[in-house]
Ligand binder design. Structure first.
Ligand SMILES: [Zn+2]
Ligand SMILES: [Zn+2]
Length: 194
């Protein structure tokens, strides 16, 4: 465990780890560019699947016992449309700033060292896990296939983007239709008819 592994991450080859003891001695700023082999990510009941391998860029700058991190995480994600439940693609270009605390006694270090991406009792940072955490903080609550997605018919479940149906206007009491639409908007309950 003594050989420097930092080069691996600079070239994004195999070892997605940054060693804190190396960061503590870092003199010059360091830029990392790599493709993150991320797994599908669940967020608020939605599954975000990478459509391309996300590109991760980190600029590390040491200030005393802290590392200031400026980063970008660019990717395309496939996720179900919140209204019509069809697969939808979104591009997310996330920029962020962060601080890594390298000295256990510094204020804020306790939370940092307890993070899921810090491994081995403060020995290293798992960059893949760090990218996951960054992404989780930036995912949208709701994704729509298009801003004017018409969703599903609250009665028959037809996708109103591709087909019209007759049931919604004729068969329901207008007050129930409103209710049905509300329910549909709140999470796809589609069987609220009498
Ligand atoms: Zn949709
Ligand atoms: Zn219908």
């Amino acid at each position: 465990m003594t050989a420097p592994k930092t080069l691996c991450i600079i070239y994004g080859v195999m070892n997605l780890k940054l060693y804190l003891r190396e960061l503590r001695e870092m003199i010059e700023d360091r830029e990392l560019k790599l493709s993150l082999p991320m797994d599908p990510l669940e967020f608020q009941g939605d599954m975000f699947t990478p459509a391309v391998t996300p590109a991760f860029r980190l600029l590390l700058h040491r200030e005393g016992t802290n590392i200031t991190v400026t980063g970008e995480l660019d990717g395309k994600w496939s996720v179900q449309c919140w209204r019509c439940l069809q697969p939808s693609a979104i591009a997310l270009d996330v920029t962020f700033e962060d601080t890594w605390f390298l000295k256990a006694s510094d204020e804020g270090a306790e939370d940092f060292l307890a993070s899921a991406f810090v491994e081995g009792d403060g020995e290293s940072i798992n960059v893949l896990e760090y990218g996951r955490e960054v992404l989780l903080e930036h995912l949208p609550m709701r994704v729509f296939c298009r801003t004017d997605c018409l969703g599903l018919c609250s009665v028959c479940g037809a996708n109103l983007n591709v087909e019209a149906c007759n049931c919604s206007k004729r068969d329901i009491d207008p007050r129930l239709a409103v209710l049905g639409r509300l329910l549909n908007d709140k999470g796809g309950v589609r069987d609220g008819t009498t």
